[in-house]
Design a protein around this ligand. Structure first.
Ligand code: GTP
Ligand code: MG
Length: 224
């Protein structure tokens, strides 16, 4: 019985990785509804995780544009679905955080609905980056969120953030503990990255991952 409860992952196969330059990153629009989002004609990568985990900071670090996504030390800064166009080739999306207790219940319910609807309806959504604070023990709200992605068949990878806040050894230990916890539920572990927006750690790995997925999509498209 337990076996049937274990989660299946939607994974990406890899060949060789080569770097991608972010030549251009521009803010397009903020929305509350999928219907108003840009036409779903390009691959889309969405950044999600608890409020204050560092989604907007990571987007700025990856794109090399400091003020592109709005950041704040106060949780609840990002409140809408924000689309950015990268190299005229793919969309990057900054989403509000989930599970933050000090945000009013009404706002939490509203954002939760907005995020869930977006995740289920956005047809060009290619991969979700689930951000996890590398300092903390596994939290139920994150584990449940990833299980929801698994049961909806939405591909995701994990990004452990704020790696500069602890020693390298402590961060690695926390990541290993987290993955061990995930093994209780998942047949296969998702791919994961360790990042620091502060020290620009993990930038190349994440960008190369996106480049490789984009390449695969383009190949599949040209085969069709
Ligand atoms: P919401 O939009 O409120 O959901 O938050 P968010 O996940 O977008 O977080 P944001 O990027 O606004 O960062 C929250 C706080 O964490 C800010 O004070 C950032 O400066 C800080 N922060 C984010 N990433 C890092 C990091 O890698 N290292 C350190 N030291 N601080 C970080
Ligand atoms: Mg934000």
């Amino acid at each position: 019985m337990l076996g049937s409860l274990r989660m299946q992952l939607v994974t990406f196969a890899f060949h060789n990785l080569s770097p991608m330059n972010i030549r251009e990153a521009k803010f397009l629009m903020s929305n509350t509804r999928v219907e108003q989002c840009p036409a779903p004609t390009l691959p889309e990568y969405a950044f999600i995780g608890r409020s204050n985990v560092g989604k907007s900071s990571l987007i700025n670090m990856l794109t090399g544009h400091k003020g592109l996504a709005k950041t704040s030390s106060l949780p609840g800064k990002t409140q809408l679905i924000n689309h950015f166009l990268i190299n005229n080739e793919w969309y990057l999306v900054d989403l509000p955080g989930y599970g933050y207790a000090r945000v009013s219940k009404d706002a939490r319910v509203k954002w939760g609905r907005m995020i869930n609807y977006y995740l289920r309806q956005r047809e060009n959504l290619t991969c979700v980056f689930v951000l996890i604070d590398s300092r903390h023990e596994p939290q139920a709200v994150d584990l449940e969120f990833m299980e929801m992605l698994g049961s909806e068949g939405i591909p995701f990878v994990m990004i452990f953030t704020k790696a500069d806040k602890l020693s390298g050894t402590r961060t690695q230990q926390n990541v290993a503990d987290y993955l061990r916890k995930m093994q209780e539920t998942w047949d296969e572990l998702p791919r994961h990255f360790v990042t620091s927006a502060e020290e620009k750690t993990g930038r190349e790995e994440v960008i190369e991952f996106i480049a490789e997925v984009n390449r695969q999509l383009a190949e599949e498209g040209s085969d069709a």
